[in-house]
Ligand binder design. Structure first.
Ligand code: NAP
Length: 311
């Protein structure tokens, strides 16, 4: 039952139905007072957001923390937020398992030539191509955070050679890890490139002609991060030259992809509409409610964005 010292929460999720999320939060934190923007009559302590508006933050100057209902906060950080406001993102929350499935599916579909066979069969052909072994498809994972590290482990466990690249040096069993300035070395060892980076000023356009050209010939790109990581015309150029064999893209610079976008009909590109990992209600609400309780008890929490580095 809410009382005077109850935590005050506001949901600002203008593009989705926030009610089920607010209902789940009311069960997890029965003492909380919960409002849904724009029907907020009180100043809140904590916000839970999905694609929030600037008007919401302007009207809620007393917020102590904002929780994003996602792993990436590039959109949220474009808004004017007080310096003191803690920005917190979802850590895994069931997304890593979805990403593992998505990436292994795309990888195996490419290596086993399922797209080629589907095209052939539709064209009335019946051709058996030579087998391709996993060792010929070393996989490079850009970003070894909550999602990238789990993807790397799954790809390693199904028998592919794996290399990884992150900002700070890392050690992972059976995975050669590179960091920072070692990007070129990492790229030259990869034939399949998986992007699991946050979108920051340092990583925008990182999937460009110069970098993709360093991949082994017949390269394949899987982008599950953000559309603005990829310079789209550079991918088209490298597909036309034959250096790249194909791409599986879950994210686009403009979403939904425009009806006449060349990627939609390109025979070597598979597109999905930003579904590689969905935010799951139960684990996300459990994670956020736990963190709100910790903050109220004066305890530190993980998943707080370092504003200076953008993730
Ligand atoms: P995370 O835990 O913050 O991991 C980010 C990784 O990228 C870290 O390993 C980090 O290095 C590395 N990194 C960041 N900037 C770098 C730089 N300049 N150079 C080298 N490495 C850099 O993030 P996450 O939870 O794994 O999520 C990654 C991204 O996936 C999110 O930001 C989001 O954009 C995207 N995503 C997409 C979907 C979808 O449905 N398509 C769903 C969820 C998330 P350090 O480890 O050294 O810090």
């Amino acid at each position: 039952m809410p009382h005077q010292n109850s935590p005050k929460l506001a949901f600002c999720c203008p593009t989705i139905d926030a009610q089920p999320w607010a209902d789940a939060m009311a069960k997890a934190l029965p003492e909380a007072q919960i409002q849904i923007w724009p029907d907020c009559t009180e100043q809140a302590d904590y916000a839970i957001t999905w694609a929030p508006t600037q008007a919401f933050f302007d009207a809620q100057p007393q917020l102590k923390a904002v929780f994003a209902l996602g792993a990436g906060v590039d959109g949220l950080l474009k808004l004017r937020l007080p310096e003191s406001l803690a920005v917190v993102r979802i850590e895994d929350g069931g997304m890593a398992a979805q990403m593992q499935d998505y990436v292994t599916h795309a990888l195996l579909r490419h290596v086993r030539r399922f797209d080629q066979y589907a095209q052939d069969i539709r064209a009335g052909k019946w051709i058996q191509y030579p087998a391709q072994d996993h060792a010929s498809f070393p996989v490079g994972i850009l970003g070894l955070g909550e999602l990238g590290s789990k993807i790397a482990e799954r790809v390693r466990d199904i028998g592919f050679p794996v290399v990884g690249w992150s900002k700070s040096p890392k050690t992972m069993e059976g995975i050669r890890c590179f960091s920072g300035e070692e990007l070129y070395k990492f790229l030259s060892m990869s034939r399949v490139l998986v992007c699991a980076l946050p979108l920051t000023p340092h990583t925008q356009d990182i999937l460009n002609e110069q970098h993709l050209s360093l991949l082994k010939p017949g390269a394949y790109l899987i982008n599950i991060a953000r559309g603005a990581h990829l310079v789209e015309e550079d991918l088209l150029k490298l597909l036309a030259s034959g250096h790249m064999a194909g791409a599986c893209l879950d994210v686009m610079r403009t979403e939904p992809a425009p009806a006449n976008h060349p990627f939609r009909s390109h025979p070597q590109i598979t597109l999905t509409p930003h579904i590689s990992a969905m935010t799951l209600l139960a684990p996300s609400i459990a994670q956020i409610s736990q963190k709100i309780m910790s903050l109220r008890n004066g305890q530190a929490i993980t998943g707080v964005i370092q504003r200076g580095r953008g993730y």
